[in-house]
Write a protein of this length. Sequence first.
Length: 329
Amino acid sequence: MSDATLTVRNLATGFKMGGRVMNVVREVNLEVRKGEVLGLIGESGSGKTVTGMSILRLLPDNAVTEADTLDFLGTDLLSLSAERFREMRGTRLAMVFQDPVGAFNPSKKISWHLKQVFERAGTKSPEHAARAKNWRQASIKLLADVGIPHGANVMRQYPHQLSGGMLQRTLIALVLVFEPDLIVADEPTTNLDNIVERQILRLFRDLQKRLDCGFLYVTHDMTIAAMLCDRIAVMYAGSIVEIGPTKQIFSDPKHPYTQGLLASALALDTKTERLQEIPGELPNPGNLPPGCLFEPRCKFAKAECRAKPPAMTDVGGGRNVRCVLYGHG
Ligand SMILES: Nc1ncnc2c1ncn2[C@@H]1O[C@H](COP(=O)(O)OP(=O)(O)OP(=O)(O)O)[C@@H](O)[C@H]1O
Ligand code: SF4
Ligand SMILES: [Mg+2]
């Protein structure tokens, strides 16, 4: 039996603009397994957020999403009504975004938010109902679990009175009330300073292990991906170009784009002068190259790469690569 919490097959998303649909994400295939962190990485504009938002059905009305499969623990997300999807989102399927402020009602204290969530969860099971009755004590325990030892004080405060790190911890506590099966996080530590960022990353890792849930973690930061993720999917111009175990991807990147990303990260780390390891820019979604999307920037490009988009090739060790160097297109 598959241990996949989330299975995505052939996901494509575009935006209606001026009478046509501009495709920005295509042929996305991934699986988030129970108990693992799958990192979705790639440079700015590569389609990471659109992929996450497509899965969570959070894109604006001009978005068009299609997929062959969008399965969450046996539930076909594509066929769920808007209402049932909303019910699923925020309970078994949780999300944490870059800016926690937007998740809170600024005119309500933290205690109000916790009470609401515990009450909503209380309708799910007798165990949740018991916790909902004692929501204050349950909240204090939960806040302690996410690294807020003085929860009773925090509960008396308004969102704007908390630091970014405290607010993100509180949001994580709210998410955890439901003990979700899948957490999707999109750059949730970007606005935090380095020390708090490291603390929140450790917290994510600990909680994810404890809940044994699936975790899709979107980031452009290779150091974070290395720290947190069991497997990594590398995205370029809306497609996944390489996917596999983190260790192998870092020790032996196969796709020329992954090689460039790692070289750039290393150059930044060692403060060498090689600032632009990948020359050129992402292609315009309205004017994509006919073959491999990375071809205009690839130092290994050959005629074959321009003929048609390369297919994903299984290169063994749980790794797949979209490049003619590893198989035929
Ligand atoms: N609402 C929208 N309407 C039209 N195009 C959009 C919309 N949202 C995103 N896009 C386009 O989709 C592409 C992918 O954007 P996305 O936000 O997913 O990138 P990203 O990989 O998350 O980047 P970053 O690391 O900067 O967050 C970009 O070309 C972007 O301009
Ligand atoms: S298919 Fe060709 S152009 Fe694309 S990454 Fe591989 S070698 Fe480079
Ligand atoms: Mg993004």
